[in-house]
Ligand binder design. Sequence first.
Ligand code: ZN
Ligand code: ZN
Length: 369
Amino acid sequence: MERDHYEVLGVDRDADAAEVKSAYRRLARQHHPDANDGDSAAESEFKAVAASYKVLSDPEARQSYDRFGHDGPSAGMAGDPFGGINDIFESFFGGGGVGGGGRRRSGPRPGEDLETTILVDFEEAVFGSEEEITVRTAVACTSCEATGRTPGTSAEQCGGCRGSGQVRQVRQSVLGQMVTAAPCPTCSGRGEVFPDPCVDCRGEGRRVEECSFTVNVRAGVDDGTTLRLTGRGAVGPRGGPTGDLYVSVRVRPHPVFERHGTDLYHRLHLPVTQAALGVELDYETLDGDVEVRIPAGTQTGEVFRLRGSGVPHLQGRGRGDIVLEVVVDTPTDLSAEEDKLFRSLAVERGETVREPGDGLISRIRSALR
Ligand SMILES: [Zn+2]
Ligand SMILES: [Zn+2]
């Protein structure tokens, strides 16, 4: 008597895909043969978990299971002797991926796409850099040269499907008789079986390993960009094609510049004297110091552009600008001498200003006098 798939995973019948997946991951880790010293009870539980997940994670198969139970048209899919090991790769790889990964029923299955994140400095994103990354991935098993067979042994035609990889199933349903072709449960659609699987990879033809790559971060890459490294994902089981590696780039913020596309924004604070009289500033750009001329009479909100000092365009040539937005700072905490100078400036310009000591404190003082 086969166990109920929902019971095996310990989820409700109305559990959504995320709940099913997380239950599967937890149980698969718990029962994985590597974590249990090859204990056979754990291994059979691991296989049961993998088989149940295979059904419940596939919307079609799950629907069919809900309607017909274990004898449903897709029942055979759960029998893949390698499926458990293959699916466990998904839990190593954080979800098995963005694109491929594939539920292809026959032919060499492609490897999973992998995802990782790198953190680069602001300048590295602007000018480009090479980043070393390490990912946990699947590589071809060297013991069996990715065949999954013990060297010197050969594959045999599957007895369950006579090598066709498919089995025909006839079902009675409410709509009448239905004939479906399903992947052969014995060989999971490959048409052949390995009587003597490679012991190092358990017939998978690949092994989990840490691999290092150099990622070329092009000049102008922005925070949140995802780079796709074709063919740098996991190799497929038994010589299946390799998946892709997706690298998401995060950029550390800059203390001065705020990036808007290819422009770099900076709110430039100027004392009122420089804004009124003008100044030539040594201004530090990402390429070094340049001279910035602020004309006399510059107002808060005025914008100066340093053309071509921004971020390189990813496509095409040229660079964005540094955009300086001026903020004129009013001086505070005036010394007695500065106070005097401002007052004579006010007199000179015929501007009315508050009398010295005309504050709350002095008004209270004079009232007490
Ligand atoms: Zn092997
Ligand atoms: Zn078969």
